[in-house]
Design a protein around this ligand. Structure first.
Ligand SMILES: Nc1ncnc2c1ncn2[C@@H]1O[C@H](COP(=O)(O)OP(=O)(O)OP(=O)(O)O)[C@@H](O)[C@H]1O
Ligand SMILES: [Mg+2]
Length: 377
């Protein structure tokens, strides 16, 4: 019997847990199979990694025993050393997942120039785990050797390369040039570059002076329609006989700015905290959302890391949900800050992934539940 459907949040999800996204998946998979370069933009917590890694990547890796998925998470990389570590980790996992010990030692090791390969087998699962030891431990040389390994693997095996949170390499001097060297030589490889920090992605891929200008086709994940969320909620609320109508669901989607992670987190809270057979109303939902954020101690800790003015900007965003012009007189008055200091704060919060900009709507807090926490304080 299939296990009952639940709301999952803060984790990568698989195809069976996805709401909507059928047409996007079809297109993304087609692009993987035809070796296209794709730049996928979406706000934070919209499902980028789940779609590309868990769904498209999994399908791609099942196309044959040769198909290889190389996934690198570049979130918050601080230095060339940390990029080298992410490369090591990604390559090791992909190879161990794809090839048998025999194949690794007989064939694959030939592509690992500059590294010695150590293979261990977990006796419990019989799964190989591999580690690459660099022969030269200088970060720049190590990265360029790792990049050569990626290129050789991609030339030998049908490969899908995923660079997640790619924009964060902006903060590491010299990293962009190294990646350019890799990306520009992967003509016959499906490349997916994922990012949520739109302001940084725009500089990298949409500025005519950038070397990666128009490197791939842009794709965007938009909001999920209410009719799909309705079916998704009903399936997960039905075992507890909790009822929701379109007006109530719409209030959730609006308050949570259509962000799927926050919507699922609230869905899970409702299932855990409501009596069976409850009928959800807008008022009851509001009360439950207040309770959910009151319970999130992590927000108090997070805000301790920011100055009073920075918290003031976040509160102003929280209260209005979207602000088109954060440097308008009305906003400056409420925060007691100058135009230039608000501009600096917004930039810092965007670089940290705490604030984002949605076309036509304006700036908002990336985590709408943090928004609700601040708005109700
Ligand atoms: N289509 C969807 N259906 C249901 N839930 C979704 C969907 N897309 C995203 N989610 C929710 O978002 C959460 C985060 O997904 P994921 O980590 O893939 O997003 P992301 O965009 O990569 O996030 P981040 O910005 O943190 O990298 C999931 O745990 C799930 O709760
Ligand atoms: Mg992600």
């Amino acid at each position: 019997m299939p296990s009952p459907k639940i709301f999952k949040y803060d984790v990568l999800i698989d195809a069976g847990d996805l709401c909507d996204r059928k047409s996007e998946l079809e297109e993304l998979l087609k692009r993987a199979k035809t070796k296209k370069h794709t730049i996928l933009f979406a706000p934070r917590r919209y499902g980028k990694t789940s779609l590309i890694k868990n769904v498209v990547g999994e399908t791609f890796s099942h196309l044959s025993r040769q198909h290889l998925v190389l996934f690198f998470d570049l979130m918050d990389v601080q230095s060339l050393e940390s990029i080298a570590k992410r490369f090591h980790h990604g390559i090791s996992l992909a190879l161990a997942h794809r090839f048998s010990v025999k194949k690794l030692l007989s064939d694959v090791s030939a592509y690992l120039k500059g590294f010695s390969l150590q293979v261990d087998v977990d006796p419990a699962t019989n799964q190989p785990s591999i580690s690459l030891a660099a022969k030269v431990r200088e970060p720049k040389i190590e990265i360029s050797n790792l990049i050569d390994v990626i290129k050789r693997l991609a030339h030998q095996y049908p490969t899908m390369l995923i660079l997640d949170e790619f924009h964060d390499i902006t903060f590491v001097p010299e990293a962009e040039a190294l990646f350019r060297g890799l990306l520009q030589e992967l003509g016959e490889t499906a490349v997916f570059i994922l990012g949520s920090k739109r302001h940084l992605m725009t500089l990298m891929f949409q500025d005519a002076h950038s070397p990666l200008f128009h490197y791939g086709d842009e794709m965007h994940l938009g909001r999920i329609p209410i009719k799909d969320w309705m079916a998704y909620f009903q399936e997960r609320l039905a075992p507890r006989k909790i009822k929701i109508d379109e007006g109530a669901l719409n209030s959730i989607l609006t308050t949570l700015c259509d962000v799927p992670n926050a919507i699922c987190e609230f869905g899970a809270w409702l299932v855990d905290n409501l009596e069976s057979e409850t009928t959800l109303t807008v008022g009851l939902l509001r009360l439950q959302m207040d309770r959910l954020v009151e319970n999130k101690q992590s927000y108090a800790y997070l805000l301790q890391g920011y100055t009073e003015k920075e918290c003031g900007v976040m509160s102003a965003l929280a209260k209005q949900q979207f602000i088109l012009e954060p440097q308008s007189e009305a906003i400056l008055k409420t925060i007691h800050a100058s135009k230039s200091s608000v501009a600096k704060i917004i930039k810092k919060l965007m670089n940290r992934g705490l604030v984002e900009y949605e076309t036509d709507k304006g700036y908002r807090l990336s985590d709408p539940l943090l928004g609700h926490y601040l708005a109700t304080r």
